[in-house]
Design a protein around this ligand. Structure first.
Ligand code: TNX
Length: 513
């Protein structure tokens, strides 16, 4: 059973405290503007949710949240005390790079704006788009008590700071089932994260079926780190994940790694190697040693098939082609392959995303570079920006969810440092790279590499509570953020995670109830 909408409201003594603004609540991410005032509204057995047809998904999620808090399920109809309203204006309808019928999921942040008010007569969420209503419903669900029916009086006006608020899950080092990925999506959606980037291939595993190339999953998918059985998604499995995510206004961005991190592909198809020899499956955790044979016709056909498959399965505009940590090619060979991939992605009507090393190649202005290497600002990032590319900020020392919290953490690596919740929270995406302010930053993403994570509990333990911290970095205006206030708001989420069976790290900076 999936987690669906988190209700974390504070009025039942479950841990939220007064914030500096003199209010009590557990809202994460903090809305841009929030003012508690006046009497609240108590949901009754005959309270109904009024919603237009386009807001069906938001209304359904809200009804489920009310049922969890109160035990009864509100009717969804044309009239009601809880109203979801689509306004005439559709901010962002002209901008953005989305393709869904009800507007882009990753587009103009204005398209996700909403207003929420609760007074003694009821609750109302207003937005220009269905996605805005859905984000507003997540806020309303967090205002509900864990058990109970009373919402506080409040006025909220909210919109995200960044368009791309992502999480990445590595299903290559260890495989995770459709149900596990769906559960992760549910947890993301509750924090208004709108992208799940799936790392679908690496040295240790190939996880996505490609038509006409059954050996990629049959051979490349049959193992994982440590030698376990691995696994892979059929096209139908993958479509289920995409549909489940869209239902929650989360975009799935697929990543197939190239030209490096490709041992699993080389084990499946010897024609992709320069020596024509089949590689043995790899179950260790080293990086950098594998690469496709750039320039070989067999490799060009492989690129075309793989990118066509990703494009066909992806309703959204972004395809990720990896591009990191190649140690066995010349810069010319590397650039050649990235530029070919970029052309194929463009010809499929999509935009290419790659790890920051892709900035070594000639990027198209619509391409996106994912910054990860902390400690210096590398030339490849500056080159990408000069070519007009935007950046996704994933500084390893802040947002790599696979790093240990402290020396005692039973899971995780530590090459980028130990990351407690203060570290994950306390940075500004517009201060990371000289000359790169809000306008060049597409957004923020928290990767979860899974060399050391094998189970859903492992994923949850590494992601919580750091993922909600990153969600607030990506959503909330910088000037409204304060770590002490965040920690106080976050406390109320602990009991809810426990109730949902979400394993989490009890970060010492938070006074968990
Ligand atoms: C670096 S950062 C990687 C991954 C590893 C990760 C482990 C990046 C683009 N690549 O291949 O899984 O470190 O923390």
């Amino acid at each position: 059973a999936a987690a669906a909408v988190l209700a974390t409201g504070a009025c039942s003594g479950d841990g939220a405290t007064a914030s500096p603004s003199g209010t009590w609540h557990s809202l994460v991410p903090l809305p841009a503007e929030v003012a508690y005032r006046g009497a609240g509204f108590t949901i009754g057995r005959d309270t109904a949710i009024a919603a237009p047809p386009e807001a069906g998904r938001a209304a359904g999620h809200l009804a489920a949240a009310v049922r969890r808090a109160t035990g009864w399920t509100p009717r969804i109809g044309g009239e009601g005390e809880i109203r979801l309203e689509l306004t005439g204006e559709r901010p962002g309808a002209s901008g953005g790079a989305g393709s869904s019928a009800d507007g882009p999921i990753v587009g103009d942040p204005g398209a996700e704006a909403y207003e929420l008010t609760v007074d003694r007569d009821g609750a109302r969420v207003r937005a220009g788009t269905p996605v805005g209503l859905f984000r507003g419903v997540q806020t309303l669900a967090q205002l509900l008590p864990r058990r109970g029916a009373t919402l506080p009086g409040v006025r909220i006006a909210d919109r995200p700071r960044f368009a791309w608020r992502g999480a990445m899950l590595d299903v290559a080092r260890h495989f995770f089932t459709v149900e596990e990925v769906e559960r992760y999506v549910d947890l993301l959606a509750a924090y208004k994260i709108n992208v799940l980037h799936l790392h679908l291939s690496d040295d240790q595993g190939w996880r996505l079926a490609v038509a006409g190339r059954p050996e990629l999953t049959a051979v490349g998918g049959a193992t994982e780190v440590g030698g376990g059985p691995g696994g892979s998604y059929t096209e139908q499995d993958y479509r289920r994940i995409v549909a489940h995510a869209r239902e929650r206004y989360v975009e799935i961005v697929p990543e197939i790694e190239m030209p490096g991190h490709t041992n699993a592909a080389l084990a499946a198809d010897p024609a992709l190697s320069c020596d024509g020899r089949r590689r043995r499956p790899y179950t260790g955790i080293d990086v950098g040693f594998s690469a496709l044979c750039v320039g070989r016709p067999a490799v060009d056909r492989f690129l075309a098939d793989v990118i066509a498959t990703m494009a066909r399965l992806t309703p959204g505009p972004y395809l990720h082609i990896g591009g990191d940590e190649v140690e066995t090619l010349t810069q010319e060979q590397y650039n050649d392959l990235i530029e070919r991939a970029q052309e194929l992605v463009g010809a499929a009507g999509k935009r290419m995303v790659g790890w920051q090393e892709v900035g070594g190649a000639r990027l198209a202005p619509g391409s996106v570079s994912q910054y990860w290497q902390t400690g210096r600002t590398p030339d490849d990032v500056h080159r990408a920006v000069r070519r007009g590319a935007k950046l996704i900020m994933s500084p390893a020392s802040r947002v790599y969810l696979d790093m240990k919290y402290d020396e005692e953490t039973r899971l995780g690596l530590e090459w980028a440092g130990l990351i407690e919740i203060e570290d994950a929270y306390g940075w500004d995406p517009a201060e990371l790279v000289d000359g790169v302010g809000d306008d060049r930053v597409l957004g923020v993403e928290a990767p979860l590499w899974t060399e050391t994570a094998e189970t859903m509990d492992d994923l949850e333990y590494l992601a919580f509570p750091r993922l909600p911290a990153v969600a607030e970095v990506a959503w909330t205006p910088q000037e409204a953020r304060d770590f002490g206030d965040f920690a106080a708001r976050l406390a109320g989420h602990g009991p809810r995670w426990s109730e949902l069976g979400v394993d989490f790290h009890r970060s010492p900076a938070v006074t968990w109830p």
